[in-house]
Design a protein around this ligand. Structure first.
Ligand code: ZN
Length: 174
């Protein structure tokens, strides 16, 4: 049974009284309908294919994750594995899915994460149908791992199992 009771937001949203702009943890934030997000991905994939789409978004995802981690490291004094844990906790709180860490060793570029209820899967109002549907998270995890290891050498993270055709999504650097 799914429950849909009203909850307090699991992150604190600051709203600028003058501009109406939102921010969370001091970074600008928007609340986006999930079907819009999924439909945008679907449009790109129909045009260039899933693999090309993944490569198109990879650089932006990596640098955005690094930017987020640097911001939070400065604000909270976190580093190493702690910043990756904080990142996945915030992704979970902001509704991207339930991120659970199985393995994490930034120094050695090791990470395995399971994601249940990924927000990148098709929802009512969208018709997206690709496998390895949550490839955006690959780049986000790569960027966080890269930041935490203080090593700019490229770590590759892959979604090796997706809830499109399995119980949950699994991402690994191995
Ligand atoms: Zn997935």
């Amino acid at each position: 049974m799914q429950s849909h009771e009203a909850h307090e937001l699991p992150v604190t949203v600051q709203i600028d009284g003058e501009t109406g702009r939102w921010s969370v943890d001091g970074l600008p934030m928007v609340l986006v309908p999930q079907h819009l997000l999924v439909n945008n991905l679907d449009a790109v994939e129909r045009h260039v294919g899933r693999d090309c789409s993944a490569e198109l978004f990879r650089g932006a995802g990596r640098s955005s994750a690094r930017h987020w981690c640097a911001h939070e490291a400065t604000r909270l004094g976190l580093s190493g594995a702690a910043i990756v844990r904080h990142y996945l906790d915030r992704l979970t709180r902001r509704g991207w899915g339930r991120f659970e860490i199985d393995e994490l060793d930034p120094v050695h570029g090791v990470l395995q994460v399971r994601v249940a209820h990924s927000a990148l899967l098709s929802v009512a109002g969208s018709t997206r149908s690709v496998d390895r549907a949550c490839y955006l998270f690959e780049a986000w995890l790569e960027g966080a791992l890269e930041y935490a290891s203080e090593d700019s050498s490229r770590v590759a993270v892959r979604e090796i199992q997706c809830a499109v055709n399995a119980e949950e999504c699994v991402f690994t650097s191995n």
